[in-house]
Design a protein around this ligand. Structure first.
Ligand code: HEC
Length: 361
């Protein structure tokens, strides 16, 4: 008898445990199974895209291959989350990519994104989550393919100078980038191609959580109409502080070929408020720039050797996916105020790896 009731008790306990455990077991999603059920018809089993399958052929647009480490790494997971929740059209992609916000929970979508990110296995490409907003002055650490038009309007009593920079940045290899810049200035109505700049950078480190990135780079400036050639080596750093804020900073030396001692040292940093997951939005940032000339003289102002300015700015994501963005701000001198009254600055960026300029407005 005794044995019997004991085993009954166990049965009841086991049953109770089963029902207690069941709900929490069910709430831990299996992303591979979710993917097989909801996604693989178009994206291929396990994310192995089959461009020849009749389903894919019928879409009219071929989805990208999650197995391609370059593509997979460069797209930020938070954008994928938005695409899966709200559908392709919401971020300027094809409307053939359905919205799953009503089918899957947020937790399930997040687990699928983590699963997708893991598909190519171990690789050396830095993660696109670290492709932070391009600041007006601080150097971006992430090596994205970009075309940038920068424009500066310097207001100084007497002379006003308008400077335009056209910049092409192209990724090379897994962590590198090369760039070419053409600098044009307009002074008193005289327009001139002023300088050519060439350079490159390399991602030295990203942390395992993909929240920080460190890059070493170098740029050479060649004035066209005489003037000093310069070498500008730098370190650029980026960090996602939390879901609301990012930090970027750089330290850079400006070394004239003729005499390094005539050069200067520059430090810049910016905090952006990333208040929304929607790329087409306005994101304010506050930037600080300080330049320390090596030769600071011996006079009474010797201690006054840093030239500091602040640059409040706003980044406007223009396209739905944010691959075309405008950044505008004003540089205001904090000290040594006779340098300039203010500099109106802007840059217009086109991340050309994400599609043509006109896509997704
Ligand atoms: C009916 C076909 C179809 C289904 C089902 C589908 N997708 Fe897609 N998906 C697409 C297409 C087509 C695109 C490409 C859109 C473009 O490039 O314009 C796409 C794009 C994406 C992207 C964006 C990739 C990029 O270019 O940045 C992600 C992420 C994605 N799909 C994830 C999923 C997930 C996860 C599921 C399942 C929960 C899923 N898709 C189900 C067709 C589909």
């Amino acid at each position: 008898m005794r044995g019997r009731s004991e085993s009954d008790l166990f049965q009841h306990l086991a049953l109770a445990c089963f029902f207690l455990v069941q709900p929490s077991a069910a709430s831990e999603p299996d992303p591979a199974a979710l993917f097989a059920t909801h996604c693989s018809s178009c994206h291929g089993p396990g994310g192995n895209l089959n461009p020849d399958s009749p389903v894919v052929q019928g879409l009219g647009v071929v989805p990208a291959d999650f197995n391609d480490p370059l593509f997979n790494s460069r797209e930020p997971g938070h954008d994928w989350k938005m695409v899966i929740e709200h559908g392709g059209a919401a971020l300027g992609l094809s409307e053939k990519m359905p919205a799953f916000g009503d089918t899957l929970t947020e937790h399930e979508i997040e687990s699928v994104v983590t699963y997708l990110k893991g598909i190519p296995g171990e690789h050396d490409y830095p993660d696109g989550a670290l492709n932070l907003f391009l600041p007006l002055n601080t150097i971006k650490a992430f090596p994205e393919d970009e075309v940038v038009w920068k424009s500066d309007y310097v207001k100084r009593d007497g002379v006003d100078v308008w400077e335009n920079v056209f910049e092409l940045e192209k990724r090379v290899g897994k962590r590198g980038q090369v760039l070419v810049e053409l600098v044009q200035s307009l002074e008193d109505g005289d327009s001139d191609l002023d300088k050519i700049e060439v350079g490159g950078k390399y991602v030295v480190h990203t942390n395992a959580q993909n929240t920080s990135i460190l890059t070493a780079g170098s740029k050479f400036e060649f004035p066209i109409h005489g003037g000093e050639e310069e070498w500008l080596p730098y370190l650029a750093f980026g960090r996602i502080l939390n879901s609301e804020f990012t930090f970027q900073g750089h330290t850079r030396a400006k070394l004239p070929f003729n005499d390094f001692g005539d050069g200067s040292f520059e430090v810049a940093g910016i905090v952006h408020w990333t208040h929304s997951p929607w790329p087409r939005n306005a994101f304010p940032g506050l930037e600080v720039l300080a330049e320390f000339p090596f030769d600071r003289g011996n006079g009474p102002n010797r201690s006054d050797f840093a030239e500091v300015s602040i640059i409040p700015q706003v980044r406007f994501g223009l396209t739905k996916g944010g691959h075309v963005a405008l950044n505008m701000g004003v540089q205001i001198p904090v000290n040594e105020r006779d340098r300039f009254d203010y500099v109106a600055q802007m840059n217009l960026l086109w991340d050309f790896a994400d599609g043509p300029f006109w896509k997704g407005w």
